[in-house]
Write a protein that binds this ligand. Structure first.
Ligand code: C2E
Ligand code: CA
Ligand code: CA
Length: 567
């Protein structure tokens, strides 16, 4: 910090407020050695000078007895004005009583009149300026500018301090989250969103102070509170919800709370809030529940997830992650033809056994680790296509799943191209499945990425189509090569007329776009017949095969080659 100050060449501004010309001159002479000095005749003039936006003062030297507005009045006014409070005041006085009174009113120091040796005056001014600037820097790192609450780092540091002397007092970790906050920014603008967060921040501060609790904004719309154990936090919830309701008379935006009561001191502080957050997330979308407490069931889930996160790298290193392949058949002719396969990941854990992708994919999508999984899968798939090509002289195109985080990765195209190059493959042999909901999220960026990939020659399948919210209008402008009907429609189409109609609709859309429709989750002959009748060309599902490891996929290739020889 010292260094930074020394290299600052611009002189700081100091304001001398005194009605006596002689005093002003003496002091001005002393200070102008180090500072740009300005003068005011009385406190009223000083306020005018300070309200100008073009200059930032680092120090005010204040006389107490002045006409029009005196120094005491100035100090009182300063106490209630945030911007003025940031500028330190040194009072100039000859009376002991006034010294005490002005210090009580917030003055940082005093200089006795008549003035001391110039070096002493200068040194005092310098010291006070440094002190305030240091405080300002600390304030900036401890406070979140938007909400006025602590920053997450400072919050944890603060708790660590509190815990040093009161580890036996029961405490609670509370996390709350504003649902759909991104919509607030999107529809009402960032400024509006910031104002809302500021309002919540200041209300929290008021409410928490008497409870001996502290809070921070941990993430865009997520807040953490650390409090001495209480039976209920309804008051806080009501206040936050009240602010939200006030801001959105029409759109009801909801806050949801997660709570870990009586935190376990054997667990790290950060994890207290991870658990409260797990409880909070559990509550997502459930309108009946305002508060969710961290419980045993969540605890097991949490520990399970922690294990998965911890073991991911070793699973990759030790080949506990295995890529399975599920064949896709073209059913247009009399006999189905093998057209391609989908790569689906499997995890055989050394102690937990088989883990379903449904258990770890959403988890890793949430924390970003999915990229690690996907990169691994893509790599394995490229090698596998190469291997079969060498063994059988044909390409079995394989589609891989691409998560939304992958799409945002600026390296995506480079990564894929490098893989193909390393294995001597071309993009036509490699297909990418992107789920429909990813299309809805950040459409412009996604379209740009997909368009570039298509230009390179990759074929793009829109996965889970029908489960998201794309409009007809949107779908016609999107760059896609294949539509994949969401499995849930296929599963239920024989039970439920509505699903049947939806499948028909999707097949119609594909026809309109002149691209093939894939149906997945096809398990029976009758489902296959129905789909064929609707013009659906490609079928994937247990009817043909479950996803299988590479060695079990070989017979499908051999049969296909056999079929081609016979045709
Ligand atoms: P998805 O991409 O929609 O994959 C289709 C899922 O349907 C697979 O589940 C597949 O095994 C299952 N399935 C296929 N045919 C049938 C059938 O006839 N009946 C039934 N009941 N199920 C069928 P799986 O392998 O459990 O994967 C679940 C999801 O996990 C996938 O859904 C995909 O979103 C994700 N996933 C799997 N592997 C990867 C991967 O390597 N990367 C990424 N990002 N996601 C993956
Ligand atoms: Ca898929
Ligand atoms: Ca799917």
């Amino acid at each position: 910090m010292k260094k930074l100050r020394q290299i600052t060449t611009v002189k700081r501004h100091v304001l001398i407020v005194d009605d006596e010309v002689v005093n002003r001159e003496i002091l001005g002479n002393i200070l102008s050695v180090n500072y740009e000095v300005e003068y005011a005749d009385n406190a009223k003039e000083a306020l005018a000078a300070l309200s100008r936006q073009d200059k930032r003062f680092s120090l005010i030297l204040l006389d107490l007895l002045m006409p029009v507005m005196d120094g005491f009045e100035f100090l009182k006014k300063r106490e209630t004005t945030e911007t003025l409070k940031r500028i330190p005041v040194i009072v100039m006085t000859s009376e002991k009583e006034s010294e005490v009174r002005s210090l009580k009113l917030g003055a940082a120091d005093f200089i006795a009149k008549p003035f001391d040796m110039p070096e002493v005056v200068l040194a005092r001014c310098e010291r006070i300026i440094e002190l305030f600037e240091d405080q300002d820097i600390i304030r900036q790192t401890e406070r979140d500018h938007v909400s006025g609450l602590y920053t997450k780092d400072y919050f944890f540091e603060y708790i660590r301090q509190i815990e040093l002397w009161s580890r036996d007092i029961p405490r609670d970790a509370i996390v709350f989250d504003i649902e759909q906050f991104h919509l607030v920014n999107e529809f009402c603008g960032r400024d509006f969103g910031d104002r809302l967060l500021a309002e919540i921040g200041s209300a929290l501060k008021n409410e928490l102070a008497p409870m001996n609790a502290i809070a921070c904004r941990a993430d865009a719309d997520t807040f953490y509170i650390f409090a001495t154990h209480q039976e209920s936090y309804d008051n806080i919830r009501n206040i936050v919800q009240g602010i939200l309701t006030e801001f959105f008379e029409v759109n009801h935006i909801r806050v949801r709370f997660g709570l870990w009561e009586n935190v376990d001191r054997n667990v790290e502080i950060e994890a207290w809030f991870d658990r409260a957050k797990a409880a909070c997330d559990k509550n997502r979308g459930d309108l009946t529940q305002a508060f969710t407490r961290y419980n045993n069931e969540m605890h097991s889930r949490y520990m399970f997830e922690e294990t998965l996160i911890r073991d991911l790298q070793s699973a990759i290193d030790n080949k506990n992650l295995i890529v399975y392949y599920q064949p896709k058949y073209n059913i247009e002719g009399d006999t189905p033809r093998l057209t391609s396969a989908e790569a689906l990941i499997r995890w055989i854990h050394p102690t937990l056994g088989f883990i379903s992708p449904g258990d770890f994919i959403p988890l890793f999508e949430g924390n970003g680790l999915i990229q690690k999984v996907d990169n691994f899968v893509w790599n394995e798939v490229a090698k596998q296509i190469r291997k079969w090509k060498d063994e059988f002289g044909v390409t079995v195109p394989v589609s891989v799943n691409v998560s939304r985080i992958d799409i945002m990765d600026p390296e995506l195209e480079t990564k894929l191209m490098r893989l193909l190059e390393e294995n001597g493959l071309s993009p036509e042999e490699y297909m990418l499945e992107v789920t429909e909901s990813a299309y809805c999220e950040n459409m412009e960026r996604l379209i740009e990425v997909i368009e570039n990939l298509r230009k390179k020659g990759f074929r793009i399948e829109m996965d889970d189509f029908g489960s998201g919210y794309s409009s007809l209008n949107m779908i016609t402008t999107l760059p896609i090569d294949i539509l994949k009907i969401d499995m849930s429609f296929v599963r239920n189409m024989e039970k439920d007329e509505r699903n049947l109609k939806l499948v028909e609709l999707v097949a119609g859309i594909a026809k309109f776009l002149k691209i093939p429709a894939v149906a997945e989750g096809v398990e029976t002959q009758s489902q296959l017949d129905t789909l064929k009748g609707m013009g659906c060309q490609i079928i994937q599902g247990y009817f043909f095969s479950k996803p299988v490891p590479p060695k079990d996929f070989v017979p499908f290739i051999e049969n296909e080659l056999e079929r081609r020889r016979g045709a």
